[in-house]
Design a protein around this ligand. Structure first.
Ligand SMILES: Nc1ncnc2c1ncn2[C@@H]1O[C@H](COP(=O)(O)OP(=O)(O)OP(=O)(O)O)[C@@H](O)[C@H]1O
Length: 457
């Protein structure tokens, strides 16, 4: 190790203190000292230390929570010096085990301390080099994506932003449709005007009409005041209709009229108002299929689908999974100092294998929870809640895989049809008798035993 590494010594060791500082200085260390935790905090801000010694013995440092905060934030290795009897304290023992690379009771062995601190410096330098070599992904419009399919999404966003036609954004739940809609607005000539989102699935039909078009005072019971609808509120800007597939059929007609004529009529109003709004829409359902089944008007679909952005699910962007996980890890670690340093290789491997039905929203939630739950330095599969699923994927025979798939299909169909066996059997293309037999085989109760869910496999 190159000498003159900076060593921070916190607390006092009593009579041995001066000797320790002198000997460590003789060995080539650049030692700075802090008698209190407050001083230690300022020393860490002032200078680039590479290793630390906490003298917990007889030093008046009893605020272990603050010790923990300081050690965690410092991003370097520490050793503790203390008197033997203090090891009776279980809280102190846990703190030592969690935070320090080593401890020494008195009388201290200075050669050993020197050796341990040299290791600490090497580890710190290794970590710094590793961190420097990691190229953090650049987020375009707040979206991280490195695979060709995402580059295509970014390119499409850039292009469609410049024209004024409606854009339909498709993609599974949590893939970033709203983020893409905002990006289109922010890059468009309308960027300085409002961007308004309406979730068409969140309100009942009776309310969504007034939400979109507004109403006049007295238009219906309870309309005690005039209300400007969201279309009018977005005038000059962009209206993002999320979950457009959930818009009731009767309102689809009104929306179509607005898109064709650029005018609206508040409920209860006689006059039509001209409104200049660009409409973006999205849904996680297959809108083409909804059109086929007569649940969505074809003419409205074509009006909305003039330009299209299609965001692929996370499982189809394998190379992005680890990059996104690290991106959010770095983001959350900045918000709150935590002991955790990164992901274990096993956790990364399982993240790549997992199906991510909730896409990036699910990834964010799992990473955030794992960072809080993690008790060691590296996030493990259990912290992410992925272990059980993964073990199923690893060591199973073909027969077990088939059983698993059968069971998932049964659970899905039964849930979708609220346990109506006849309907579930029709969907699965089996007779009722066969369905009962399969339910028995997979121990799926006829009613809601097992609170049927996919994780029940
Ligand atoms: N490529 C990405 N990079 C970084 N964060 C992303 C990316 N895509 C989505 N996110 C984040 O994931 C979360 C879900 O994104 P968003 O709400 O845009 O998804 P959505 O497809 O509109 O979901 P839903 O269909 O449920 O409405 C948000 O926190 C968003 O910031």
């Amino acid at each position: 190790m190159e000498n003159k590494a900076r060593l921070l010594m916190v607390g006092t060791l009593g009579s041995g203190q001066q000797r320790l500082i002198q000997r460590m200085t003789d060995k080539g260390w650049n030692v700075s000292t802090a008698g209190t935790l407050a001083q230690a905090e300022s020393r860490l801000v002032e200078g680039e230390h590479e290793a630390g010694i906490f003298c917990l013995h007889d030093s008046g440092i009893s605020d272990l929570k603050r010790v923990e905060r300081l050690v965690v934030r410092s991003d370097m290795e520490w050793m503790a010096l203390l008197g033997e009897p203090e090891l009776d304290d279980p809280l102190l023992c846990r703190t030592l085990g969690d935070l320090f690379m080593a401890y020494q009771p008195e009388p201290v062995d200075i050669d050993q301390i020197d050796c341990l601190m040299q290791h600490a410096v090497v580890m710190k330098r290794l970590r710094s080099e590793a961190a420097a070599s990691v190229v953090l992904p650049r987020a375009e419009f707040g979206m991280v994506g490195t695979v060709p399919a995402m580059h295509k999404v970014f390119e499409t966003i850039r292009r469609v932003a410049l024209v004024d036609a409606p854009v339909f954004i498709s993609g599974e739940s949590g893939t970033g449709k709203e983020l893409a809609a905002r990006a289109i607005h922010e890059r468009s000539p309308r960027a300085s005007a409002p961007f308004i989102t309406v979730n068409c699935g969140a309100l009942p039909g009776s309310l969504i009409q007034s939400e979109l078009f507004g109403h006049e005072k007295g238009a219906f019971t309870g309309a005690s005041q005039q209300k400007i609808g969201q279309i009018e509120a977005a005038a000059g800007g962009t209206l993002f209709l999320d979950e457009i597939g959930d818009l009731p059929l009767e309102l689809q007609v009104n929306l179509l009229r607005f898109l064709e004529e650029k005018t609206i009529q508040r409920i209860g109003a006689l006059d039509e108002i001209h409104v200049d709004v660009r409409v973006l829409s999205a849904t996680h359902i297959d809108l083409e299929k909804a059109v086929e089944k007569g649940r969505f008007r074809e003419d409205l679909f074509h009006r909305l689908n003039v330009l299209r952005v299609n965001i692929p699910p996370l499982r189809e962007r394998q190379e992005d999974i680890e990059i996104l996980a690290r991106y959010f890890f770095n983001k959350f670690i900045e918000e709150k100092s935590m002991k955790v340093r990164g992901f274990s290789l096993e956790a990364l491997a399982l993240m790549r294998q997992y199906h991510w039905p909730g896409n990036i929203r699910e990834l964010i939630n799992r990473v955030r929870r794992a960072m809080v739950m993690c008790e060691q330095r590296l996030v493990k599969p259990t912290d992410l809640g992925l272990e059980r699923r993964a073990s199923i994927r690893h060591a199973i025979t073909l027969e077990e895989a088939r059983n698993c798939a059968d069971k998932e299909a049964l659970i899905g169909a039964l849930n979708r049809h609220k346990h109506k066996v006849k309907k579930a059997a029709d969907e699965l293309g089996v007779s009722r008798v066969t369905l009962y037999r399969l339910m028995e085989k997979h121990q799926l109760g006829r009613k809601n035993e097992q609170a049927i869910s996919l994780s029940a496999t």
